[in-house]
Design a protein around this ligand. Structure first.
Ligand code: ZN
Ligand code: ZN
Length: 393
């Protein structure tokens, strides 16, 4: 074991932590605000308002943030584009460009450790909402340069909380406290969770019709709640289509609304899945086969398998042979590294200076310095050798 330390994976700079704050404040604040319903109770008007604001904003997220910005699956005029995205931004799920960039990352890194909200790696709740509390969920904004060219979308990005706050204020001014708490706050919380369920539930519960290399599922209940997004395995299989429901019975309200809007010429070029996709005959790429194989293999614990083999081979020459060959391989790498100069290692002088700062002029300090240097060379050589060893699982 070496005393060399590495930067923890979850460490975050001050600016990274600060960049996180605005996404949490409305999320927590709106959950607390729902307690106001205990005081106002439900009225027919407030429940109807809640339903209307839910549908409009889920559509804004699914059609605007997701299918238009993240996937370019249809085209719209500037005004229509702005209005659909505006509806999404009233959901207080951060800026449209951030959201779409983060989602493009999700498709690029699906269910790998780099995927910010993978249940496989971060657990169900970590994928559902825990990830927004983690500092490292900044998006790579280079991924959304295509839509960042529109000044009106950049304005929405900059003023990402303005539409939602204006909607909340409007509800209060026009309908009073019950319109605010039930109509606005409750519907916003519902939109949060139904969106987040696509990241969590739709990667855990449901069926996988297609080989996608990730855990995406088709889930009919989510498809109804999230206006079509529950056909998430279809979507991961062919993300660039305006349709998430591939079969006639796969209800996809977002697509139906887009289809109606296309009849009025407000949107066009609704991208359809090709026949090979609908029939499921599109050949999976080598990357998908590799990822799926990795997931399949991960059902077995390599440590446990190795231990069983060790036990089974306890009295056999196989284990001695494996150890001897491993030793030979390690010795060969260490011998090579010993012959060349390793860059970045502290010199003897640097270690001497550090030792003098740490300790008084104790006897044998030079021995300590020499041994520390040798230890570093050995430890780094071992680490380099083990890092370069082929992965067996
Ligand atoms: Zn997904
Ligand atoms: Zn997507």
């Amino acid at each position: 074991m070496t005393s060399l330390t590495t930067k923890p994976a979850d460490s975050a700079t001050r600016s990274e932590r600060e960049s996180l704050r605005p996404s949490i404040i409305p999320f927590i604040g709106l959950h607390i605000a729902c307690l106001g319903i205990l005081w106002t109770g439900f009225t027919v008007e407030s429940v109807v308002l809640c339903a209307i604001l839910y549908v409009i904003r889920v559509f804004g997220i699914t059609a605007g943030y997701h299918r238009l910005l993240a996937h370019r699956s249809f085209k719209a005029g500037r005004v229509t584009q702005f209005l659909i995205v505006l509806a999404g931004s009233m959901s207080l799920q951060r800026g449209p460009l951030w959201w779409a960039a983060k989602h493009r990352e999700h498709h690029r890194d699906s269910d790998t450790p780099a995927d910010a909200h993978s249940p496989r790696h971060y657990g169900f709740w970590g994928a559902h909402m825990g990830w927004i509390f983690r500092p490292r969920h900044k998006a790579d904004m280079n991924l959304i340069r295509d839509f960042a060219q529109y000044p009106e979308l950049r304005w929405l990005e900059k003023n990402q909380y303005l539409p939602g706050m204006a909607l909340g204020l409007g509800c209060y001014l026009l309908g009073g406290w019950d319109a605010l708490f039930v109509g606005f706050c409750l519907s916003t919380v519902l939109v949060y969770h139904v969106t987040f369920m696509i990241n969590s539930l739709a990667h855990v519960f449901g069926r996988q019709r297609f080989l996608t290399g990730d855990d995406s599922r088709n889930n009919a209940v989510l498809a109804v709640l999230a206006m079509g997004e529950g056909w998430h395995n279809n979507h991961h299989y062919y993300p660039s289509t305006a349709r998430a429901g591939f079969r006639w019975y796969e209800i996809d309200m977002t697509y139906y609304v887009l289809w109606v809007l296309s009849k009025f010429g407000l949107v066009w070029d609704l991208r359809q899945p090709p026949q090979s996709v609908l029939r499921g005959t599109k050949a999976p790429t080598a990357r998908i086969i590799d990822q799926t194989a990795g997931h399949l293999a991960s059902a077995f614990c390599v440590d446990e398998l190795s231990q069983r083999i060790r036990t089974a081979w306890a009295d056999s020459h196989h284990m001695d042979e494996v150890k001897a060959r491993a030793r030979q391989a390690r010795d060969s790498v260490e011998a090579y590294l010993a012959d060349i100069e390793l860059p970045h290692l502290p010199t003897l002088d640097q270690l001497r200076t550090l030792a003098r700062r740490k300790f008084a002029n104790v006897p044998a300090l030079e021995d300590v310095v020499q041994r520390a240097h040798a230890r570093l060379v050995t430890a780094v050589s071992e680490r380099l050798a083990s890092d370069l060893a082929p992965q067996t699982a």
